[in-house]
Design a protein around this ligand. Sequence first.
Ligand SMILES: Cc1ncc(COP(=O)(O)O)c(C=O)c1O
Length: 409
Amino acid sequence: MANDLTNSYKTGPDENGRFGIFGGRFVSETLMPLILDLEAEYERAKTDDSFWAEMDFLWKHYVGRPSPLYFAERLTDHLGGAKVYMKRDELNHTGAHKINNVLGQIILARRMGKTRIIAETGAGQHGVATATVCAKFGLKCVVYMGAHDVERQKPNVFRMKLLGAEVIPVTSGRGTLKDAMNDALRDWVTNVRDTFYCIGTVAGPHPYPAMVRDFQSIIGKEAKEQMMEAEGRLPDTIIAAIGGGSNAMGLFFPFLDDKEVRIIGVEAGGKGVNEKMEHCASLTGGRPGVLHGNRTYLLQDADGQILEGFSISAGLDYPGIGPEHSWLHEVGRAEYVAITDAEALEAFKLCCEMEGIIPALEPSHALAHVMKIAPDLPPDHIICMNMCGRGDKDIFTVARALGWDMGQL
Ligand SMILES: Cc1ncc(COP(=O)(O)O)c(C=O)c1O
């Protein structure tokens, strides 16, 4: 049971897909048989050695895992406190952690005989990963993307098209990830027979949050082994950025029962966590409600209407958060903080200049929090942050934010 904290934080979700009061399966009658089929297939795959053998093979030879654990020496010296390590998931094929999960879901889709894959995407990284794996297996791929995100993540839209995917811009709402997910769910209900919905984060109805977490847990599993090799012990603090929360759950999950390890999730503070809601910090500034098939913390107004939220980072621009994070927050196992756009940009620049790594804007939020706490921690304190994506997709956004004219370089 997810509520049984006597032994382990890793026992959730319960048989109804709940982490405490969060999660569950709030879907229409039409979707229910599809969700149940998926759950049954995943349950079979979980204990099937041939499923994991295929995953391990492709993680190694197609994705390039294990990703390195890297000691950021110059950054550590510069900050003058704790030792900073980066889990380099930006080095994966396609440039982010998203492909870890996509591989798992598409192998499941193939086992279920599905030939058409749909996905939603915000920053475009999940869309690119889905288009990539679909191309590899010769599957039709349709990606829903908010029109605003299509505009600000153009390089990824082009990549998806090169990979043979159809990208459908979504103009409802503010044209961001929430709206893309609504349309993807609508597509799924309409095309039940041949279509598999590949969700890109630890959200959606059960079994998605747990399934995506399980696929992404490779990040934390490797980080744990690599840290033992590098330092002979576990890190003191682990930190990751949160959109829906999949890279963070992936890093956190294997450490949940190592109670001496401090766990910090970093939400998008946008222009500041204020009453105008110009941020996307669902735990820091939201309250529980139901969206996209699960109960979790959401940005909403007094009437329970979902608010749009705001962040410079397209991948963090989601007004909800995975239900397991809501639960970890409520039981106090993980802490959640917010970092503003301006702080993330500072971290982005510092990482480029100090480490020769151009980070995505999403992990720049995690790095900004590292920059905040590391100077006050002793030199034997070890921090491990998840560098979950590379910044190629963000160069136009960053140029605009810094006032650089790309035509005048
Ligand atoms: C590089 C990167 N990091 C983080 C995220 C946020 O997703 P999640 O919180 O599910 O890891 C995204 C989403 O697009 C992303 O592209």
